[in-house]
Ligand binder design. Structure first.
Ligand code: NAD
Length: 357
């Protein structure tokens, strides 16, 4: 597997050019570019610019449209209920979360339910936006418009999406705690990155179409095993991750009748619905200095735990992404050749020469 290092600003400029040429506004393109490149900078290549070919395939198939926009069903009191209308996910979800932030600033708490947006990316991104606004946030997200890909605990076939869950806690004048993960042991996008790189995945993450353990990522991609039954990703934490995935599906989409994983996909797209709770911590403890001291003293206690391996220090949620951002801002973002060639082809369809960035 070979890869090249790319400057973050070049990938941002390329993404903006691709998204505007394809028909979205400059603001929508800027937000999509900054979201995707920040995912790469954070080490989550599964949710970075490598998603562009998939978005552009949806566009080429006529399933994703620059004309689709967020529409509001209800924005009153503590509630924002919004239809995503399968609009480009990153700017759409940011718009919904920012409206929720305004409600939480006014009333202390807000419930945000965004229904049926196109793929909204890295969910921690929205926890970071809320934390920057000084708010605690909790998010549950489902993944529809695709066949199920995660097996329930003890099952040998899939019934869930990778249904991510994120929680953010701001630290006054400090770095926030950002816990953000797929409820599968491995994000589907990380299996795609492994497939593109031609490498195996660790044991215990995937079962094949017969329900047997495998380290071959191809078993969770129908196009990579034509004619063979699809395998599944396993949930993290056995019955616990599987239970959280089920809750995410029902909270984000199931209660409100948005697209669900058990509906047969009829288009090539990924649909996310998001359920979020935003809380102003000043309504709990008004003294910001006290809040900071309480959180930081506890984080210091946790980080001071003796590591099993000194090369693998004890971290708090969010630490790893912050460290990776510093390293990749300095050294560049690695993209494997297969991912890059898919981006080059998607850009060329809209008259953009990716190699010139
Ligand atoms: P992951 O397994 O890398 O876990 C990330 C979380 O664990 C972060 O909060 C991180 O700070 C923390 N962490 C990582 N290493 C740690 C360590 N050594 N000690 C303490 N904490 C540590 O994440 P994932 O499950 O692969 O998910 C990747 C991304 O994919 C997430 O951003 C998620 O939101 C996104 N995702 C999106 C969708 C979608 O449909 N939009 C679906 C699934 C996942």
């Amino acid at each position: 597997m070979t890869y090249r290092l790319h400057r973050p600003e070049a990938l941002r400029a390329l993404t903006e050019a691709m998204v505007t040429k394809a028909g979205w506004t400059a603001d929508e393109a800027r937000e999509t570019a900054s979201h995707l490149v920040l995912a790469n900078l954070s080490g989550h290549d599964s949710h970075g610019v490598g998603m562009l070919p998939l978005y552009f395939n949806s566009l080429a198939d006529g399933n994703l449209s620059p004309r689709s926009k967020l529409s509001i069903r209800l924005e009153a009191g503590s509630f924002l209920i919004a239809d995503g209308n399968v609009a480009l996910g990153q700017p759409t979800a940011r718009n919904a979360v920012e409206r929720g932030i305004a409600l939480a600033n006014a009333g202390g708490v807000a419930i945000v339910n965004l229904l049926d947006a196109h793929h909204i990316g890295r969910i921690g991104h929205y926890a970071e936006i809320a934390a920057e606004a000084g708010l605690i946030s909790l998010f549950w997200v489902n993944v529809a418009g695709r066949p199920p890909i995660v097996a329930p605990h003890a099952a040998k076939e899939a019934r869930f999406g990778t249904n991510p869950h994120a929680i953010g806690i701001p630290v006054p004048e400090g770095e926030p705690i950002i816990l953000d993960f797929a409820t599968s042991r491995m994000a589907h996008g990380k299996a795609r990155v492994a497939l593109n790189k031609g490498v195996t995945v660790p044991e215990g993450y995937i079962i094949d179409g017969e329900g047997k353990p495998t380290v071959e990522p191809k078993h969770v991609f129908p196009h990579a095993i034509p004619g063979e039954p699809l395998g599944a990703l396993l949930p993290f934490g056995d019955h616990k991750g599987a239970g959280l995935s089920l809750i995410a599906e029902l909270l984000s989409a199931g209660l409100m009748g948005a697209a669900r994983i058990d509906e047969k996909p009829h288009k090539s797209w990924i649909i996310n619905s998001l359920f979020g709770v935003l809380i102003d911590p000043a309504r709990l403890e008004p003294n910001a200095a006290l809040r900071r001291q309480r959180i930081e003293s506890y984080l210091a206690f946790v980080r001071a735990a003796a590591p099993q391996d000194p090369a693998d220090p004890v971290l708090a949620p969010g630490d790893k992404e912050r460290a990776t951002r510093i390293q990749r801002e300095r050294d560049g973002i690695p993209l494997d050749d297969e991912t890059w060639s898919q981006i080059v082809a998607a850009a060329a369809r809209h008259g953009v020469d990716a190699e010139s960035f």
